[in-house]
Design a protein around this ligand. Sequence first.
Ligand code: ZN
Length: 432
Amino acid sequence: MVSLHDMTMTGDAMHRFIADLYPICRSITGDGVRQTLDIIRARIPLSAREVPTGTPVFDWTVPREWNVKDAYIKNARGERVVDFQRSNLHVLNYSAPVKKTVSLAELKGHLYSLPDHPDWIPYRTSYYQERWGFCLSHHDLLRLTDDEYEVCIDSSLAPGALTYGEYYLRGERAEEVLFSTHVCHPSLCNDNLAGIAVAVFLAQHLQLLPRRYSYRFLFLPGTIGPITWLALNQSGAAKITHGLVLACLGDPGHSTYKKSRRGDCEIDRAVAHVLKHSGTAYDITEFTPYGYDERQYGSPGFNLPVGCFMRTPHGRYPEYHTSADNLSLVTPAALADSLSKCITVVRLLERNRSYLNQNPFCEPQLGQRGLYRTMGGQTGEALNELALLWVLNLSDGRHTLLDIAERADMPFDEVANAAAALLAHDLLKACG
Ligand code: ZN
């Protein structure tokens, strides 16, 4: 059990990690992703993979690489009225290069703002159609007078590569648990950096533990990233036995789990069980073929058991895809809570299995074995005796410990601890 003090320290460390990644201008390709993977590599030894522009990946093609050095709009007095150096959100992500002088009327056709939130800069992208543009606060847009403006976007769209990060942790078995998170958003905290932080800290935690499953962590650009990975790993993907896409895990809203396409996989039941016994509010939603990369893992040709773990889902908080998704939207407490729930899910998956009762004809005498109180009124931490009885009763080889925990309506760990004690007394035998 993680103490409150440790949780606070971990949440603070996760928040500092996000602060290190925050200034980087990321996109679906380019040096921002590479810099991000370099910072992650200081914590976990991940490999960066480079897939060349033009590589066919199912119905898609790896796009040209995008990089940007500088961008601005200058008024006739030479003042930067919009400046990429102040916020990388000012550039339409993947914008084509441009350098020319335009009238206000022409400029306005390339500007994006949010009249409902006039202080915030929107985040906009144009990956698959070439255009140039700027994003700015609505207040700044209204301040533009009838003038001549010099627009400059010093970007490049050129043959290069799509970069993603992969970290594989071998366990006893080849079956894998997948954690996948997107790394393609520029200075946005909840949407991409929170998922990265939870994945990295979870990987660091798992490095130190014995593992029945193998674990694969993927840090990829949204959509084109998992499409590329799945195209390059079409047969290997079948090893993915459980998986979670991690996204939007740092806002103060409650946890949300979106089920896998199959809807009744062990991962779906495991996350639902952990949330139910977490003592916190939560939502569970059905699969939809929209949202994050669960829809690629859950496309019909793969149909992998991959759900999506979030707090407030994308698009349901006003700061989503704006400059207000910043370091004050994500809180250390929410980050630590999301991580703690992921760790609890992993512990459940690791311990969940079926057993056979070795004394199936009526109850064994638990008191004689020191497993059951022989006297009323004992104090101290005892095993949950009802859990012992449930495990013995349902361990006929056809029920997993999660089945038993759900039927008994008990936290999984109490049932698993009871099974461990019974195993130690040769009253159970592991199946399979
Ligand atoms: Zn997003």
